[in-house]
Design a protein around this ligand. Structure first.
Ligand code: NAD
Length: 436
C-alpha cells in the first residue's frame, strides 16, 4: 500500500545510477491540530488592492518583500476585467514564480461571473482559470500547488480568509489546479474559528472503519468533533478499536439496510452536524462482462444509500448550519475503463451534493462532493501494478495521495470557514491529468 518510488533508499539508488524516472517530491503534511501559530515564519507575498494583507498579517503570516524566496504567493486578480488586463498575470508570475520555494503555494483570487456580466468580463474571468490550471501543471513537479478562488461580489474579505489560509497551508498538500467559487449562499451563523473549528459538532461517517473514512474520523475528532463511525457488521472489530481511540460512537450496520436512519437517530438524540457519505465499493468489469449484481451492488451502496441518508437527515436529524460531504471520484468526472457502474455512482454523487446544497441553503447547510484521484488505500491496493503506476504518475504532483489528504480537505469544508463553498465538486487528486 505504498508508492515504491517514495522509498528513500530506492530514490538514492535511482539518482546514483541516473535512471530517468520521475521521482516525486515529498509533500510536507499537516501534523497535529490546526493552530494559529502553525504557519509562523511562513513568508508570503501578496499582490492585492484590498485589506487582505492586513488580515493575513493579523492571522499569522509575515511579509518581507525584499526576500528572494517565498512559501506562498497570493495574487488578487479581481482587478482584471478586460482582455488586456490579463497581461498582469504574465508580469507577476514571470517575475515571481521562480521565487516560490519547493512545496510552495499559489492562491489566485478572481471574480465570479454574474448573470449580467459582459462578454469581455466573462472571457477574461474564464481565461484566468486556464492560466491557473496551466501554472499548477508547471509548478507541480516541485510539490507546489495552485488554486483559483472566484469570489462573489460583496462577500467580505473576512469570509474569504479561511479559504486563503487553507490553501496556503500544508493541509491542502494534495490539492492543485482547482477552481472554486466562494459565495454567501450557504453560510450559516456560526462564528469562524481556525483552532478547534469543530468543537461541539457531531459527525457521522459512513464506511468509517478504515481508509479515507477512518482517517477523516481521526482528523475531525482532532479538531474537536464528536464522531459516530458507521460500517458493515463484519468490520465491527476495527470500528470498536477506532471508536475507543477517538472516544467515538459506532454503528455496525450495512448502509443499505432499511433501519440505518433509525439507528443513526438513536445514537444522536441532539442531531448531527456533519454527514460524510463515504462508504463505497468497486466491482470493475467492462460493460460487456458486467454482471447485473455487480451493477446493482455498486449503485445501491455508493449512490442509493447516500441519497436515502442525505434526504432522510435533511428532512430531520441534520442540524442548522451543518455540512454534508459525498465521496465522489475523478472516475465520476472523466469516466474510467471498466468502471461504468462506479463512474455512474460517483457522477450521481456530484448531482446529489449539488441538489443537497440547494435544499440545505435556507438552513445554512453546505454540501459538496469530494472527488479523490488516486489515493493509497486498501481499495486501490487491489489494482494491477501498471494501473497503479499510471494513476500515480499522470498527475502534476506525480504521486498518489494519502487518506489524510482527503481527510484534511473534508475537515476544512465542513468547518464554518469552508461554508463559502457549496454545491461544488472538489477534486483532491494531485492535479491528475484525467478529466477537467
Ligand atoms: P476502503 O475500501 O478502504 O473503505 C471503504 C469502507 O466502506 C470500508 O470500511 C467498507 O467496509 C465500507 N463499506 C463498504 N460497503 C459498505 C456498506 N454497504 N455499508 C457500510 N459500510 C460499507 O475505500 P477508500 O479508499 O477509503 O474509499 C472511501 C471512499 O472514497 C469510497 O466511496 C471510494 O469510492 C472513494 N474514493 C476512493 C479513492 C481511492 O483512490 N482510494 C478514489 C476515489 C474515490
Amino acid at each position: 500500500m505504498a508508492d515504491w518510488l517514495q522509498k528513500k533508499g530506492l530514490q538514492k539508488f535511482i539518482k546514483t545510477i541516473g535512471l530517468p524516472l520521475p521521482v516525486p517530491v515529498d509533500l510536507p503534511r499537516q501534523k497535529g491540530s490546526i493552530s494559529l501559530s502553525s504557519n509562523d515564519s511562513y513568508e508570503i507575498q501578496i499582490e492585492s488592492q484590498s485589506n487582505l494583507k492586513d488580515l493575513l498579517e493579523d492571522l499569522k503570516y509575515s511579509f518581507d518583500y525584499k526576500a528572494d524566496k517565498f512559501n506562498g504567493l497570493v495574487f488578487d486578480a479581481r482587478m482584471l476585467v478586460k482582455n488586456e488586463d490579463l497581461k498582469a498575470l504574465y508580469f507577476y508570475f514571470n517575475k515571481n514564480a521562480k521565487k516560490l520555494r519547493s512545496n510552495g503555494r499559489v492562491v489566485i483570487l478572481s471574480n465570479l461571473i454574474e448573470e449580467d456580466s459582459s462578454l469581455e468580463f466573462c472571457s477574461t474571468t474564464e481565461a484566468i482559470t486556464g492560466f491557473s490550471r496551466a501554472l499548477s501543471k508547471e509548478l507541480g513537479k516541485r510539490g507546489s500547488t495552485v488554486q483559483l478562488l472566484q469570489i462573489e461580489k460583496g462577500l467580505t474579505e473576512l469570509r474569504c480568509l479561511p479559504s486563503i489560509d487553507f490553501f496556503l497551508s500544508k493541509a491542502s498538500a494534495f490539492m492543485t489546479g482547482q477552481v472554486l467559487e466562494l459565495t454567501s449562499t450557504n453560510i450559516g451563523t456560526s462564528e469562524i474559528n481556525i483552532e478547534q473549528s469543530l468543537k461541539g459538532k457531531t459527525a457521522l461517517i459512513t464506511g468509517g472503519a478504515r481508509g479515507i473514512g477512518a482517517e477523516t474520523a481521526k482528523v475531525l475528532s482532532r479538531e474537536g468533533a464528536k464522531v459516530i463511525l458507521l460500517d458493515i457488521p463484519s468490520a465491527e472489530e476495527n470500528l470498536k478499536k477506532l471508536a475507543a481511540e477517538l472516544n467515538a460512537d459506532y454503528i455496525p450496520v450495512d448502509v443499505t439496510q432499511p433501519d440505518v436512519l433509525a439507528k443513526i437517530r438513536e445514537k444522536s438524540p441532539n442531531g448531527i452536524d456533519i454527514l460524510i457519505n463515504n462508504a463505497g465499493i468497486t466491482r470493475d468489469k467492462t460493460i460487456f462482462k458486467m454482471t447485473e449484481d455487480y451493477w446493482d451492488l455498486v449503485i445501491k451502496i455508493n449512490l442509493k444509500a447516500a441519497i436515502d441518508l442525505t434526504e432522510g437527515l435533511l428532512d430531520s436529524g441534520l442540524n442548522d448550519g451543518g455540512s454534508i460531504i459525498g465521496l465522489s471520484s475523478i472516475s465520476g468526472i472523466a469516466g474510467n475503463l471498466g468502471q461504468t457502474n462506479y463512474s455512474a455512482s460517483k457522477a450521481g454523487m456530484m448531482g446529489l451534493m449539488k441538489k443537497a446544497s440547494k435544499a440545505g441553503a435556507f438552513k445554512g447547510i453546505n454540501a459538496n462532493a469530494i472527488a479523490p484521484g488516486f489515493i493509497e488505500t486498501t481499495m486501490t491496493d487491489k489494482l494491477p501494478f501498471f494501473v497503479k503506476e499510471v494513476a500515480r504518475r499522470m498527475s502534476s504532483l506525480a504521486q498518489g495521495g494519502k487518506p489524510e489528504d482527503i481527510a484534511e480537505v473534508i475537515r476544512f469544508f465542513v468547518s464554518p470557514g469552508g461554508a463559502v463553498v457549496s454545491g461544488q465538486t472538489i477534486r483532491v487528486c494531485g492535479g491528475s491529468f484525467i478529466g477537467r
